[in-house]
Design a protein around this ligand. Structure first.
Ligand code: VGL
Ligand code: ZN
Length: 204
C-alpha cells in the first residue's frame, strides 16, 4: 500500500468532508466503543478547521436508531444496543468540532433497516446526502470517522458507485475489528474499488 503521507491534498471548491458517526457510543467506554476511536478526534478536527476556513461543506452523519432497532442483539441483530435516538450515547462527542449550524444526516432510523452507509442518511428536512452533495457541486469527498469496517466502508462504496472521487483519511478512522484485520481489509477493499488514501495532516 502507498505511504499515505506522500500525498498532499489541497482542499478546494468541489470538495466536501464527510464525518462519519463520531458519537459517544462508538468511542471508548461507549456501548459499541471502537478501540482507539478517540484518537481520530484531533485529526478529524484539523480537517474540519480547514473546511470551515475555506467555507467548504462538511456533512456529519450519525447512527440514529429507534430503541427497538433490528440490529440490536435482543432483536436478533449483531450489536449491543447503541446510538438510540435522543440518548447520551447517540450524541456527537463533545470533543468533535462542529459549526453552530451543522449539516447532520441521520441513518438507521427505521426499525427494520441497518443502513451502515451515511449515503443513506437524511437531514432534518428529509434531504438525502446525494441531494446535498449535488446542490453543493461536490465532485470529491474526503472522509473520516467510525468505524472503518462498517459505516466508513459502506459510505465509501456508495460514494464511489455514485461517481464521486473519495479520499479516505486513514488516521481519522478506526475499525471495530470484530475479526482482527477487518479494518485493514476494508481499506484494501476501498482502494481496490477506486478510493485513495491520505492522512489528515496532508490536508490543507
Ligand atoms: C456502525 C456498527 C453498528 C458504524 C453502526 O457506525 O460503523 N457499526 N452500527
Ligand atoms: Zn448502528
Amino acid at each position: 500500500m502507498n505511504n499515505p503521507s506522500d500525498l498532499h491534498v489541497t482542499a478546494e471548491t468541489g470538495d466536501a468532508l464527510i464525518v462519519v458517526d463520531v458519537q459517544n457510543d462508538f468511542l471508548p467506554g461507549g456501548a459499541l466503543g471502537v478501540k482507539e476511536g478517540d484518537k481520530i478526534i484531533a485529526p478529524v478536527n484539523q480537517v474540519i478547521r480547514v473546511f470551515l476556513t475555506q467555507k467548504l461543506p462538511i456533512l456529519y452523519s450519525r447512527d440514529w436508531h429507534p430503541a427497538d432497532h433490528s440490529s440490536f442483539a435482543r432483536n436478533g441483530g449483531p450489536w449491543p444496543p447503541h446510538c438510540v435516538q435522543g440518548t447520551e450515547g447517540a450524541t456527537f462527542s463533545p470533543a468533535l468540532k462542529m459549526p453552530p449550524d451543522p449539516l447532520i444526516f441521520s441513518k438507521g432510523t427505521h426499525v427494520e433497516k441497518e443502513e451502515y452507509s451515511a449515503f443513506q442518511g437524511r437531514d432534518s428536512t428529509g434531504r438525502s446526502m446525494a441531494e446535498a452533495l449535488s446542490k453543493f457541486g461536490v465532485k470529491r469527498v474526503l472522509i473520516g470517522g467510525l468505524a472503518t469496517d462498517y459505516c466508513v466502508l459502506n459510505t465509501v462504496q456508495d460514494l464511489l458507485k455514485a461517481g464521486f472521487r473519495v479520499i479516505v483519511l486513514t488516521d481519522a478512522c478506526r475499525a471495530v475489528d470484530v475479526s482482527p484485520g477487518d479494518g485493514e481489509n476494508a481499506l484494501v477493499e476501498m482502494i481496490a474499488e477506486g478510493a485513495t488514501i491520505a492522512t489528515a495532516k496532508a490536508v490543507g
